[in-house]
Ligand binder design. Sequence first.
Ligand code: NAD
Ligand code: UDX
Length: 492
Amino acid sequence: PNKVTNIACIGAGYVGGPTMAVIAQKCPHIKVTVVDINEKRIADWNDIDLSKLPVYEPGLDQVVAESRDRNLFFSTDVEGAIREAQMIFISVNTPTKTYGIGKGMAADLKYVELCARQIADVATEDKIIVEKSTLPVRTAQAIRTIMNAAPARPNSPSPAPRFTVLSNPEFLAEGTAVKDLHNPDRVLIGGEEDEDGQRAIEALATIYANWVPGERILTTRIWSSELSKLTANAFLAQRISSINALSALCEKTGADVDEVAHAIGTDSRIGPKFLKSSVGFGGSCFQKDILNLVYLCRHFNLPEVADYWEQVVKLNDYQKQRFAKQIIDTLFNTVSGKKIAFLGWAFKKDTNDTRESAAIYVADELLQDRAEIHIYDPKVPTERIYADLEYLQQHRRPQAVIADRAKQSDPPETLSSEAIRRLVHVHKTPYAAMEQAHAIAVLTEWDEFRTYDWQKIYDAMRKPAFVFDGRNILNREELNNIGFELQSIGRG
Ligand code: NAD
Ligand code: UDX
């Protein structure tokens, strides 16, 4: 009964797509079907032209090419996939709630709940349900309650199906998803302590054991597994906010934040990773998961714990706003009518994902001051950029820093789509974006930015030629020698 030969995954996004592609690649004996209600997304996963895959990740095209239509299938037939599978991964989005109780903080579990109800409605045989989405601790209980309330089927010859819920959070980072999935630091599986739970854990562990060494497959109680995911993201983001907090002090004192990070990172207790100071962290996970953690702490009446973690997000807001303010201050206290070139829009390099990218917030701050923004990103489509800015106008989170800003001036204006399209221009080449610019801002650490002909860029810019390196990736000496006025994060 432990032998799984048929897997379904609900949700063909940044997690479901790559995760299932790798399982299919490593387990040719298992049929893997990834389903989604988004027809366009499924069509793109099935496109013969692999450059059209909806998720850009280095190496993903080869993984998909290897197993697609062999044992990896993408489909919109959610019910069919549920019916056939012995194990069902739930990998749908769990965004921050934008309405009602917990608005702006709690995770919106409506998509997860819909999946649970659909499985309960459709299933006629036993199923193992795997939480792959990031969920608040104790969600498995809610899923179980829904499953167990499924009405008995009087006409069915077989006994009522049994459902076992596992937690198997995903730790991949975008941009390195395939590498992380092939060679994970660990795989975490949480389950119930009873016999069914233990058997389900073993079934899932057996799948990963096809390529992950046994000692890296950790099994825990289910609540520990659920909470470990939020905790891991909170710790990672906390390191970035810590170094970003120090970057502000470095700028005041003449210390260099990259030197400080290197110096402390060599302490084996601290370690060198996730200490790169930046314009602020982005991505669909860190902010959402910390706010979710904060909400949970408040829910369980732990206000001190909640405030502690909330500060990580506040500091990140501060860092993004500080960067924008530095641009405005340096450009003689106004960017109105000035051309500011953005290098990068994605939230990090090697991805086309822009969710919560720092670039969106910095652009918004500059647009409030009526800047003209010219953007180049190697992977992000033009319409995505407009959609990001338009979305922000409708969904501003009451930010701590924005609240402070109310003391100085008025709260942010809501910009119309027309205003955004008038002021924001997206370019196909970096040189076109930077031509005649008053300033350049580096928002994403794409490798290609280092290799540009910076003399040519300088010659085509207005003088003084300002560069704000929000990622500290440009060659400082080279740019200074050319004549740029370069400002980096955390350098006095
Ligand atoms: P995503 O938005 O890219 O993909 C989710 C998909 O689920 C969408 O395509 C949506 O159409 C589909 N969906 C929603 N409801 C559905 C339903 N009822 N039936 C069928 N399909 C449905 O999201 P993502 O980035 O893949 O994240 C998914 C989960 O994984 C989230 O909980 C996230 O926190 C977690 N996670 C994300 C990352 C990451 O790097 N993006 C890493 C680890 C964990
Ligand atoms: C993160 C977690 O790393 C991953 O384990 C989890 O599964 C999902 O959330 P992701 O958001 O895809 O992954 O990318 P990550 O590499 O963590 O970067 C997040 C943000 O932090 C990016 O904007 C990145 O530029 C920024 N960052 C990262 C820094 O500013 N400095 C650093 O040192 C590291």
